[in-house]
Write a protein that binds this ligand. Structure first.
Ligand code: 5GP
Length: 346
């Protein structure tokens, strides 16, 4: 047994220090980014915020709205091939730049992925997603997927440490998804004791990825636009959101009424709700590592997006970054023991 004594930080442990700035207004800030990838020859341009591949977040309906604003959706893996056909038949031009097809690592998953790409070769992004990205089997799957799809952009995760980011990039991933345990409906840390505070995970993994010419996605743990700004400030190239995009018209999830007020169901993809829905129950050898919650209905996701993008532009003006790309360089985090004033919070 060994103990690492340097303290690891989450979003709640820091704030971003304001800096002298020449920017006059938030409207002068560009949130657009352009990326070239380590393996894929494709280049990408857009606002690097992603909806998570959960069936109560990363839906086709969500993708329609997000792609129209050049934001990204990792579509959840439970749609049937027919659903994909129908969706893609009505998709506006260029929207395929803003969606990823998610997959697990079973034979069934890779067969389905192959079928989707055979019929729709214009799709460009693959998101290989497992709860624990530390297994050799997963690394082999990433390698095989790269061999099979040399031109596609491959996202792979989740991990939280630099050496595993490097291993996945060398195995063929272009972008590594970072986050174990920070999610709003995740119970991994409680069930297993395993995890890594997200801000430190981003800082360490971004450093490893950028050294090799890869990118990272910060996945999980953002509860406010300020957290998203901190994730970008720490070095994330993309930020993935679950809970912040749940509960909308576009999110999916059963609609429930409680005391006359509307709610939408939101659940982790390893929750017993998800496992019962998609695989007929929780297998005997495993525990559910996700929660099921009811989130107040939030209307169209457009309002939430405006709030998020407005917050992010404001962060950039506070530190003098005219482009999102400059935010990391202009970020100084301060360690804090307080966050927002709670006097009027219910
Ligand atoms: P959020 O933005 O809600 O804080 O986090 C979203 C992320 O939580 C997802 O992208 C995914 O990585 C993670 N997640 C989703 N469902 C589960 C689950 O059932 N268990 C765990 N451990 N993580 C989950």
């Amino acid at each position: 047994m060994r103990i690492e004594y340097d303290i690891k930080l989450g979003f709640k442990d820091v704030m971003i220090r304001p800096k002298r700035s020449t920017l006059k207004s938030r409207s002068e800030v560009s949130l657009d980014r352009e990326f070239k990838f380590l393996h894929s020859p494709i280049s990408w341009e857009g606002i690097p915020i992603m909806a998570a591949n959960m069936d109560t977040v990363g839906t086709f309906e969500m993708a329609k709205v997000l792609s129209s604003k050049k934001l990204f959706t990792a579509i959840h893996k439970h749609y049937a091939l027919d659903d994909w056909n129908l969706f893609l038949a009505h998709l506006p031009e260029h929207a395929e730049n803003y969606i990823a097809v998610s997959t697990g690592i079973s034979k069934h998953d890779s067969n389905k992925l192959a079928k989707i790409f055979e019929i729709h070769p214009q799709l460009q992004f693959i998101c290989i997603d497992v709860a624990n990205g530390y297994s050799e089997h997963f690394v082999h799957f990433v390698k095989r997927t790269r061999e099979q799809y040399p031109e596609k952009v491959i996202i792979a995760g989740n991990v939280v440490t630099g050496e595993m980011v490097e291993e996945l990039l060398l195995a063929g991933a272009d972008i590594v998804k970072v986050g174990i345990g920070p999610g709003s409906v995740c119970t991994t840390r409680v069930k297993t004791g395993v995890g890594y505070p997200q801000l430190s995970a981003i800082i360490e993994c971004a450093d490893a990825a950028h050294g090799l010419g890869g990118q990272i996605i910060s996945d999980g743990g953002c509860a406010s636009p300020g957290d998203i700004a901190k994730a970008f400030g720490a070095g994330a190239d993309f930020v993935m959101l679950g809970g912040m995009l749940a509960g909308h018209d576009e999110s999916g999830g059963e609609i429930i009424e409680k005391n006359g007020k509307p709610f939408r169901k939101f659940y982790g993809m390893s929750s017993s709700t998800a496992m019962e829905k998609h695989v007929g129950g929780v297998a005997e050898y495993r525990a559910s590592e996700g929660k099921t919650v009811e989130v107040p209905y939030k209307g169209s996701v457009e309002n939430t997006l405006q709030d998020i993008l407005g917050g992010l532009r404001s962060t950039c003006t506070y530190v003098g970054a005219s482009r999102l790309k400059e935010l990391t360089k202009r970020t100084t985090f301060i360690r804090v023991n307080e966050q927002e004033n709670q006097v009027y919070s219910s």
